[in-house]
Write a protein of this length. Structure first.
Length: 58
């Protein structure tokens, strides 16, 4: 979503309650850009795709 031009203006993120990044470690620069542009924190989730759940978040 960070690749979307004018993300903050095009979408109403006011009702967004939880953001989760998964599959790869979330780079600090990406996290900081996300928080800076949206005002929402993003959890970095680690889990097992075979079990369909996240077992660690930071």
């Amino acid at each position: 979503m960070l690749g979307v031009h004018d993300l903050e203006k095009r979408f109403d993120l006011g009702s967004l309650r939880l953001c989760v990044s998964a599959a790869e470690p979330l780079p600090a620069a990406t996290y900081e850009e996300w928080v800076g542009r949206t005002g929402k924190e993003c959890l970095d989730g680690i889990g097992s795709t075979e079990m369909f759940h996240i077992f660690i978040s930071s």
